[in-house]
Design a protein around this ligand. Structure first.
Ligand code: PEP
Ligand code: MG
Length: 590
């Protein structure tokens, strides 16, 4: 069903990239950039006492915030993720730090912000110079706490979120995955960012928070203020600032209609994802957090096609232990049992910058030290993870997935470490499934071209289109300037996917897809037609994809895929599929 827009009237209208469906209507909260600006001008003698008071007030406020964060983070994502706040509290209790700052305000006539900033900078550079990992990690803590206290002294409203009673639409220039997971998802009704694309990890997190989101809005933060009324349409990428009443009314109605469609869609949640002519497609979900496992069945998924274990590592200063990881994986596996759970080993680097793993600054992080490359070079990080996943395999149906494989030798090295992890568990007499299925993500073009060889070494293949598309088309997945070039319906991408599936099937290897293309309704028919075995999508997209599968005839889908592969441009592919879908699925929106 097409919902036609009336005349849209708003103070400002922005059109960006729709990254998470749904409509949010509410007040904006603009998150300031992460970099603080500090005036280095000296203060006057008669301002000294006021500055000292400001400093003490800021320390007291930040301590209170840390205590709240500690409790709420423990509740939301577990004790281990909350440790960072305990460390920050300890830093603020250091009497020397407090005395040095007060002395600098008094004697050097520095503002509270400048004094605190410079002293922490000094401590931080001393720590960063040591070769001991522990102290280098503390340097990162100092940077975080410095930013927080300085923001508080300057009256930055970032901490508004803590006192927020209702929910807000978060507007930011950029949101790193670590910034995003620090937000309380219950207080957020939408995200809008100047930068970013559909498959950047913050966009993926918005979908896992199940809130509407738009990215790539370019200059939005220049025009919007906190408390502006805003409409965010995550279906088409529109953001309207201070709309008139008629526009508001239109969007309220549109939201009601979408709610009805979604309610209707969830009615099929318990029906199989089977085509009209009886072909079963495994329909699974991608999750980022343990507690999302609940949503998978509720939205009609039968298994987890991608558990991004990365978020167990992000936003904390130490590494999660084997035991901690085991507990988290086991929770998910038991919840889903007997359905399969594909746990992907650590995939950080790229746009996911962990504080606890040292990654030197790189000019091309997506081409650099990330994913399996880190795991292979740092077995002390990889082995505990492998052991934790293996142990979870004793409690249900677990499969192990390796990200960013780009050559056979990487795969062989990975398998060697897996054998070592198994041997260690045998020695420790810990139970695990020794026949656990292992899979390789195909997300690097080089790997795609040797899928036949890879398939001989693994039990399954999972196509990661988010990276595959960025590497094939040479388009940074998070860069809105070139987002118009990022399209999973590009004829080259379609050909590559066809080749991957047939190369794997020729070796009798199962092929799933966990990249965002699996949740693109315009791609569903083509993927079914190319004989994909599994589609793994964000839980909120499960009903729509299931509906398409159930209304599709496999033989017809095969013909559609064949035809789609004859086109030479994205526009032709899109036009062809759109026309077909609009005729066939009148009650869905494309
Ligand atoms: C992918 O690249 O398609 C994928 C699923 O992995 P991620 O988005 O975490 O890089
Ligand atoms: Mg990837």
């Amino acid at each position: 069903m097409k919902i036609k827009a009336n005349k849209i009237n708003a103070e400002y209208s922005f059109y960006g990239i729709p990254v998470s469906p749904g409509i949010a209507i509410g007040k904006a909260f603009v998150l300031e950039g992460v970099h603080v600006k500090i005036s280095r001008k000296n203060i006057q003698q008669d301002e000294v006492e006021a500055e000292i008071e400001k400093f003490h007030d800021a320390i007291a406020t930040v301590k209170k915030q840390l205590a709240t964060d500690l409790v709420s983070t423990k509740r939301r994502i577990g004790k281990s993720n909350a440790q960072i706040f305990e460390t920050h509290q300890l830093i603020l209790d250091d009497p020397m730090l407090l005395e040095d700052t007060v002395r600098s305000i008094r004697l050097d006539l520095r503002s509270a912000a400048f004094a605190f900033y410079s002293i922490l900078e000094r401590y931080q550079s001393q720590l960063a110079l040591t070769d001991q990992e522990y102290f280098r990690e503390r340097a990162v803590d100092l940077r975080d706490i410095r930013r927080r206290v300085v923001r508080c002294i300057q009256g930055d409203k970032t901490d508004f979120l803590r006192s927020l009673k209702g929910s807000a639409i978060i507007v930011a220039h950029d949101l790193a995955p670590s910034d995003t997971i620090a937000l309380d998802r219950h207080k957020i009704s939408g995200f809008a960012t100047d930068v970013g694309g559909r498959t950047s990890h913050s966009a993926i997190l918005a979908r896992s928070f199940r809130v509407p989101a738009c990215s790539g809005l370019r200059y939005l933060t220049k025009y919007i203020k906190s408390d502006d009324r805003i409409i965010l349409d995550g279906n088409d990428g529109t953001v309207l600032i201070n709309p008139d009443n008629a526009t508001l009314e239109f969007y309220h109605k549109k939201r009601e209609q979408l709610d009805k469609i979604n309610l209707e869609l969830t009615k099929i949640k318990n029906l199989p994802a089977r085509t009209l002519d009886g072909k079963d497609i495994e329909l699974a979900a991608n999750i980022e957090f343990t507690d999302e496992a609940e949503n998978v069945m509720a939205y009609g998924g039968r298994g987890i096609g991608l558990f991004r274990s990365d978020y167990l590592y992000i936003a904390r200063n130490d590494l999660p232990s084997e035991e901690e990881q085991f507990i988290e994986y086991k929770k998910v596996v038991e919840k889903l049992n007997p359905h399969p759970v594909i746990i992907r080993t650590l995939d950080v680097g790229g746009d996911k910058d962990p504080q606890n793993i040292h990654i030197e600054s790189e000019s091309n992080p997506f081409l650099g030290y990330r994913a399996i490359r880190i795991s292979l070079q740092e077995p002390e990080i990889f082995l505990p993870q492998l052991k934790a996943i293996l142990r979870a395999s004793a409690f249900g149906h677990v499969k192990l997935l390796f990200p960013m494989i780009s050559s056979m030798s990487e795969l062989f090295d990975t398998k060697k470490l897996l054998e070592q992890a198994k041997d260690e568990l045998r020695e420790e007499k810990k139970a695990f499934n020794s026949k656990i299925d292992i899979g390789a993500m195909i997300e690097v073009p080089a790997a795609a071209l040797i899928t036949d060889k890879i398939s001989e070494e693994v039990d399954f293949i999972s196509i990661g289109t988010n990276d595959l598309v960025q590497y094939m088309l040479a388009v940074d997945r998070g860069n809105e300037r070139v987002a118009y070039l990022y399209n999973d319906l590009h004829p080259a991408v379609l050909r590559m996917i066809k080749n991957i599936i047939s190369a794997a099937h020729q070796k009798g290897t199962w092929v799933g897809m966990c990249g965002e293309m699996a949740g693109n309704p315009l791609a569903t028919l083509i993927l079914i037609g190319l004989s994909i075995d599994e589609l793994s999508v964000s839980p909120m997209l499960l009903p729509e994809i299931k509906k398409i599968i159930r209304a599709t005839d496999f033989k017809e889908a095969a013909k559609i895929a064949e035809k789609a592969l004859t086109f030479s441009t994205v526009a032709e592919v899109e036009k062809f599929i759109q026309r077909y879908m609009q005729r066939k699925f009148k009650d869905l929106i494309f």
